[in-house]
Design a protein around this ligand. Structure first.
Ligand code: KIV
Length: 290
């Protein structure tokens, strides 16, 4: 667990009971990349609930309340229908469940693309409602002005280039990006534009590995790979994917557990015990006293 930085922006009046540990900050994580080298890679996972955040918190630097919750939690077909309210509610739960990590929250589709002012209004709503410390938004050069606008007004921004799921209707699917020279160069220049605009980190998703490496060398901010390269400054995965909750996952996911099987085994046993009336047993029932 990292203890690189200690700065608590909350007042003791707001939090009379000391938290068990101090939270990392965006500048502390950003400063890990020095002269193009990140000695301690950034560990990031998605989180959508308080309990999940409690379990991940001590082992991560960043928790991302990703709009992937649309598919993972709500069973939606894509991230397009996700709303600002969904993001604010889940982000608040994740902040309540964590003490150590920086919590970043995705800006959902339609909440930031229109203008820097629209983005500021909705990003500040997300931070006020949840207590998260940063927002993430998708898109490259087209979003640079917005990133600079938010950054100059106190909102740290994480960019997201390559396979950007909110653009699924333009991209035509979720396949790896950057296979043509023209597309590769566009992704690199998008990342450079976000870096110059002041993004503290950029998620580089679903690109052929040389692009992820080139971006990591070209930008001064952190790159967080997901289907990128081990040479990125950090990595992120959707927690449910790496835990093995789903049968179908992208090639870039490594399953560290098979939680779906564990859950199914438990439910099969429970259903059987309900049917044969061995659950609840005496130890799970209340009896009159005396
Ligand atoms: O929405 C999300 O979970 C994400 C990560 C996969 C980077 O954007």
């Amino acid at each position: 667990m990292s203890t690189t930085f200690q700065l608590d922006t909350s007042t003791s009046r707001a939090n009379p009971t000391p938290a068990p540990m101090k939270r990392l900050t965006v500048p502390a994580i950003r400063q890990r990349k020095k002269d193009g080298v990140t000695a301690e890679p950034v560990v990031m996972l998605t989180a959508y609930t308080a309990r999940q955040a409690q379990l991940l918190d001590a082992h991560c630097d960043l928790l991302l309340v990703g709009d992937s919750l649309g598919q993972v939690i709500y069973g939606l077909p894509s991230t397009i229908p996700v709303t600002l309210e969904m993001m604010a509610n889940h982000a608040a739960a994740v902040v309540r469940g964590s003490y150590h990590t920086v919590v970043a929250v995705d800006m959902p589709f339609g909440s930031y693309e229109k203008s820097p002012e629209q983005a500021f209004e909705n990003a500040s709503y997300l931070l006020k409602q949840s207590g998260a410390a940063a927002v993430k938004l998708e898109g490259g050069a087209a979003m640079a002005e917005t990133v600079a606008f938010l950054n100059a007004r106190g909102i740290p921004v994480m960019g997201h280039v390559g396979l950007t799921p909110q653009a699924v209707n333009i991209l035509g699917g979720y396949m790896a990006r950057g296979r043509s020279d023209a597309e590769a160069q566009k992704i690199v220049s998008d990342a450079v534009a976000l870096d110059e605009a002041g993004a503290f980190a950029i998620v580089v998703e679903g690109v052929v590995e040389p692009i992820a490496i080139e971006i990591t060398k070209a930008v001064s901010c952190l790159t967080i790979g997901i289907g990128g390269s081990a040479q990125c400054d950090g990595q992120v995965l959707v927690t449910e994917d790496m835990l093995g909750m789903f049968e179908r996952v992208p090639r870039f996911v490594k399953r560290y557990e098979n939680i779906a099987e564990t859950i199914e085994r438990a439910v099969v046993r429970y259903a059987q015990e309900v049917k044969d009336r061995t659950f609840p047993a005496p130890e799970q029932t209340y009896q009159p006293k005396g």
